[in-house]
Write a protein that binds this ligand. Structure first.
Ligand code: ATP
Ligand code: MG
Length: 337
């Protein structure tokens, strides 16, 4: 039996939910390094806080919506205003302090469009989510929130329905009658992506890969098992010093082998950013891009994943090579008698 992997967070500080903003900023920076050409300006921190001036009446709230711009006009419709007033108290943990203050905050403008709010509303009605408590991280494709449900804490991954690249393209196409419905089609594409992550996670889990259990999806929202405790999410492999990196390497190589041979998939974005050290074990996350073995790029993705793992191991003083590790992953094992 293997013991737990001993991992210490780099630096003495243990992250908690209050410093999620720093975490998000660090991640944004990491993203910036990996994608230098992308326009990240909209991910910059919104520091403005409002002075807790609590507006209580619906009218006041709607005025506020007006100020926030046309994006939220739909909320003025009675049924949406009612729907939102039903759930807003369950969102405040993640959405800033006073009522509707969040509307002015860029992060919520970015994440909670009409379709997303409706999806969250339905998930709350169906008891998949009780309250959304605080943001864990924001990536280029999604925000992840810590939420409570009747069966315990969950992680809610909300995919952006519109990203910077898409917005850039839109200005050349929107309004051209020859190419209507692009926004809708883009949203549908995002929804398919969410389904793909859900199914990839379920398939990996079924074959014994240590991934968070994917529980349910709706539109661009995926709810999964939360990896962490009440203070914050479990750290990424990137953020910890591992005491026994050779063992961590072996466990992760075995996970890649199971993903390939048993689940028939290539993860496709394996890296020290997409492994969380939870309860002394490495857990693999972020499976949206995983592809089936007969996908034309599957082998290329697999080799890239193994390369990243081997590079991580080498960086941590473990003497392993790519060829041998690749052989281990792709060579069929004798089935136990
Ligand atoms: N189930 C979970 N429990 C706790 N934290 C999680 C969970 N899933 C994701 N996270 C946190 O959220 C971050 C982003 O998640 P994930 O990598 O799935 O999203 P992403 O938007 O595809 O990220 P990126 O594109 O930046 O790689 C992770 O690095 C991790 O810190
Ligand atoms: Mg990720």
């Amino acid at each position: 039996m293997r013991g737990d992997i001993i991992a210490r967070r780099k630096g003495a500080k243990r992250r908690n939910k209050r410093d999620w903003t720093n975490l998000a900023d660090e991640q944004a920076k990491a993203n910036l390094e990996s994608f230098p050409d992308q326009d990240w300006s909209e991910y910059e921190t919104e520091d403005e806080m409002f002075d807790g001036n609590h507006q209580k009446s619906i009218d006041k709230r709607l005025e506020k919506l007006d100020e926030a711009g046309s994006k939220f006009h739909w909320m003025k419709e009675k049924r949406y205003a009612r729907m939102f007033s039903e759930i807003e108290h369950k969102l405040t943990g993640a959405l800033g302090k006073g009522e509707y203050d969040w509307v002015d905050r860029r992060v919520f403008d970015q994440v909670f469009d009409q379709s997303t709010l409706m999806a969250i509303y339905k998930l709350m009605q169906q008891d998949h989510i009780d309250t959304i408590e605080w943001p864990i991280a924001r990536g280029k494709e999604a925000h992840v929130f810590h939420a409570k449900s009747q069966s315990g804490p969950v992680a809610v991954k909300i995919f952006h329905t519109s990203n910077a690249v898409f917005k850039g393209l839109m200005q050349y196409i929107e309004g051209d009658p020859r190419f209507g419905g692009l926004r809708r089609r883009h949203r549908e594409l995002v929804n398919v992506w969410v389904q793909k992550e859900h199914r990839n996670l379920m398939r990996m889990k079924k074959h014994g890969v240590r991934v968070p259990e994917s529980l349910v999806t709706r539109k661009n929202v995926l709810i999964m098992e939360y990896l962490g405790d009440e203070n914050g999410p479990s750290p990424r492999l990137r953020d910890v010093d591992i005491e026994n990196p050779k063992e961590a390497f072996e466990i992760l190589l075995e996970q890649l082998r199971i993903i390939w041979q048993d689940a028939g998939l290539a993860h496709g974005d394996f890296s020290e950013y997409n492994v969380l050290i939870h309860k002394g074990e490495p857990w693999i996350i972020d499976a949206g891009q995983a592809v089936v073995q007969h996908h034309p790029k599957a082998k290329e993705f697999l080799v890239r994943d193994i390369t990243r793992l081997v590079q991580w191991a080498n960086k941590n003083g473990v003497d392993v090579d790519l060829a041998e590790s690749t052989l281990y992953v792709i060579e069929e094992k004798e089935s136990p008698k």
